[in-house]
Ligand binder design. Sequence first.
Ligand code: 3PY
Ligand code: MG
Length: 253
Amino acid sequence: MSDSGLVDVLRGDAVGGWLQLPGSATAEVIGSVGFDVVCVDTQHGLIGDDALLPMLQALAATGTPSMVRVPWNTPTPITAALDRGAAGVVVPMVNSAEEAAAAAAACRWPPNGTRSYGPTRHGFMSSPPGDPVCAVMVETVAAVDAVADIVAVDGVDAVFVGPSDLALSMGRPTSAQDGDDEYDALLATVLGACKAREMPVGIFCASAGHVQRFRELGFTYFFVRGDGALLAEMAAAELAASRPGGAEPLRRG
Ligand code: 3PY
Ligand code: MG
């Protein structure tokens, strides 16, 4: 298990930012507004490897802990994210205890895992700030069925639910995450397994309303929708308010 204080942050009603656009400037902006943690999404985000390092450096400058969602559960992107300085990884599509063990092993140096040592970033590798956090994504019905075994795996620090993939895996539209008995029963299984181990359990939230709904159910951390979605919404609202008749109080900045 990680000795990082980030696990405690994720256990304590944390609200995280989510980055999908490449660039250190947006990372700096999102890292500066007070989120408890920020995740750089290299699975569905538009962020290639060359963009990742400056984004993590920008987040480090803001003092906000960073995580990286890797593209898949394989050692190469997990190693890269951690070597570049992420405090933890979010690993998608972890469907069994074996897959969880593979994710955890990729995060830990021997004897606890299989991570290779390469101290390229001065200050990160020679005295790491804490063992990285390994958060595994439960986002299929198979993963929910296996969740008690997944959370029992040594080296898994947190669970993160992908609400859309979970709905699709049930054969339901993604709107099932808005509230649906069968869907919520799956969430209850995940929440129960995590609670039994006092393990942080988070979920991606498409809106602040989703944060409130999932907090009520018992989730302990939330990543809110990404920079691209926020930018689009603010730009559309600004445009609408600027059209004839679209009034808004005057302000500067
Ligand atoms: C999902 O909803 O499946 C996710 O992975 C959210 O990022
Ligand atoms: Mg997903």
